[in-house]
Design a protein around this ligand. Structure first.
Ligand code: NAD
Length: 506
């Protein structure tokens, strides 16, 4: 690992080389990005970013102070009017050029992501493709922001309804999808004509900083996108959220933090989007296609090492198919290869930190103590890094913590049910409502589930719902608002209407 300073005509940027024996990436930015320039934190503090598979320090990143947060907001406010007035085609072109650059640098971005987050390289490459899609999708949406012209019901006047950008945005993202969670916010905000201050998660800031450098190379105007990594998220964020010049708060993360941020946002009646935690049910009915259900369940559970808001958390399997489903799933789980994300053939990387391992272990132990049957895994992995073995629990009993807690780890919890009614009741028995999965070949049952499951999204005979073209988001404690699709753009637009008299009146 080496540190060096690179200077270009527009910025001075501290960069670092991150890597291990398998992959190395040179020139990963480690500064704050404010007003179009890379810079150290005021006071010069840094914090370390570590590889969860070894604990080794990958890089030291500038640690933004509350003053830096306000400086970033100053830059976003200063750029807001010009950016809002920038032709939609130019805003679109910036996103499209960044999309192209992300694809050109896909291997490096994936390597950085795997090193700081731990997931296997193939999955990181998948996130690069997924995350880039938001840049492409919203480059296409940027030029389709419309309005309309209406006649009032009495016929005595005309209304013009128009859309305009809401104004400067503060975006806070989690560590589990460090590219996609950033593009899912930056792309619609920029497309709408909003400027942005982004705070990435302190566990995984490097991927986001790399993305911002690509935005810069694509021609990002100064101040339109500013990034402030920080070790003390609360201290940095509170003054930014309290500042009356901010007009929108968009957050992806846990429900308790989202709820606390909503309270802060209430003071200035900020427009908010909240993508919060999940506790996804996965229902397998007797009439399911077993092979399809097992394949999809593996994706819904083990994608991202189980560290996804969309991860299937509670499996409910109907009695007639339960033995066959459990047997097939445990066979697949036992074949998973545990290793560092950068090693070939790894299916299951480390969890993000030791707290995540303790949490998974605690939930499994509690479920077993309450009568669950341990079919696969069930222990920490004896090697350096923060690994937990892929685990399958069957016959999980009511009252087990695992049924009410977001696991965020590679643990399957199966409860058996008898009737469709019971399956729906069990699935809805949670304060969360982000996504549900259901496996049934019965068309009418699928439609009933779509209407009765309390969820923002339903994967019907599929284990992955994330897609830039569709509205992603939850109900109940899983959040407010949607990301992706044209709904995702609306989150960054205000509706204004203009009433005029009847143009034909004498
Ligand atoms: P987290 O809530 O701990 O942190 C999320 C972000 O908020 C981080 O950047 C963190 O630094 C920041 N933060 C924490 N406390 C803060 C505070 N007091 N003020 C301001 N910012 C603060 O969540 P996490 O552990 O990074 O991510 C995992 C959680 O995110 C899970 O609950 C998961 O379900 C959720 N998530 C949801 C979605 C979705 O789209 N619904 C997507 C990914 C992750």
């Amino acid at each position: 690992m080496t540190d060096q300073t690179t200077t270009s005509t527009t910025t001075t940027s501290t960069t670092t080389t991150v890597g291990d024996a398998h992959v190395t990436v040179a020139d990963v930015p480690t500064g704050l990005f404010i007003g179009g320039a890379w810079r150290p934190a005021s006071g010069g503090a840094t914090f370390d970013v570590r590889d969860p598979s070894t604990g080794a320090v990958l890089a030291s990143v500038a640690d933004a102070t509350p003053e830096d947060g306000i400086a970033a907001l100053d830059a976003a406010v200063a750029a807001q009017d010009d950016w809002a007035a920038t032709a939609p085609r130019r805003r679109s072109d910036l996103l499209r050029r960044t999309f192209d650059l992300v694809h050109e640098h896909a291997d490096d971005i994936a390597a950085v992501m795997t090193l700081e987050m731990g997931k296997p390289l193939a999955e990181s490459r998948g996130e690069v493709v997924y995350g880039a899609e938001f840049l492409r999708w919203f480059s296409e949406e940027a030029v389709r922001i419309g309005g309309d012209y209406r006649t009032n019901p009495e016929g005595t006047g005309r209304g013009i309804v128009l859309k305009r950008p809401v104004g400067p945005v503060y975006a806070i993202t989690p560590w589990n999808f460090p590219l996609a969670m950033a593009t899912r916010k930056i792309a619609p905000a920029l497309a709408a004509g909003c400027t942005v201050v982004l705070k990435p998660a302190d566990l995984t800031p490097l991927t986001t900083l790399y993305l911002v450098e690509l935005f810069r190379q694509a021609g990002l105007p100064d101040g339109v996108l500013n990034v402030v990594p920080a070790s003390d998220a609360k201290a940095l964020s509170a003054p930014v959220i309290a500042d009356r010049r901010l007009r929108k708060l968009t957050f992806t993360g846990s429900t308790p933090v989202g709820s606390a941020l909503l309270k802060q946002a209430a003071d200035n009646v900020l427009k908010t989007s909240m993508e919060l935690g999940g506790n996804a049910p996965l229902l397998v009915f007797d009439d399911a296609d077993l092979d399809l259900a097992v394949d999809a369940a593996m994706q819904a559970k083990f994608r991202n090492v189980g560290e996804a808001c969309t991860a299937a958390n509670r499996f409910f399997v109907q009695e007639g198919i339960a033995d066959a489903f459990t047997a097939a799933l445990s066979e697949r789980i036992d074949a998973l290869r545990i290793g560092r994300g950068t090693e070939d053939g790894t299916d299951i990387g480390p969890l993000i930190d030791s707290r995540a391992v303790d949490k998974a272990a605690g939930l499994v132990d509690d479920a077993v103590a309450r009568g669950a049957r341990l079919v696969s895994g069930g222990q920490r992995v004896d090697r350096e890094g923060t690994f937990y073995a892929p685990t399958l629990l069957d016959d999980v009993q009511p009252g087990s913590d695992i049924l009410t807690t977001e696991i965020f780890g590679p643990v399957v919890s199966i409860t058996r049910f008898a009737t469709e009614e019971e399956g729906i009741r069990l699935a809805n028995d949670t304060e969360y409502g982000l996504v549900a999965y259901a496996f049934t070949e019965d068309m009418r049952r699928g439609q009933r589930l779509a209407e009765r499951l309390e969820t923002g999204m339903l994967g019907w005979n599929t284990g992955v719902v994330s897609n830039a073209a569709f509205p992603f988001g939850g109900v109940k404690a899983s959040g407010l608002g949607r990301e992706g699709s044209h709904e995702g753009l609306e989150e960054y637009l205000e509706t204004v209407y203009v009433l005029t008299p009847d143009p034909f009146a004498a």
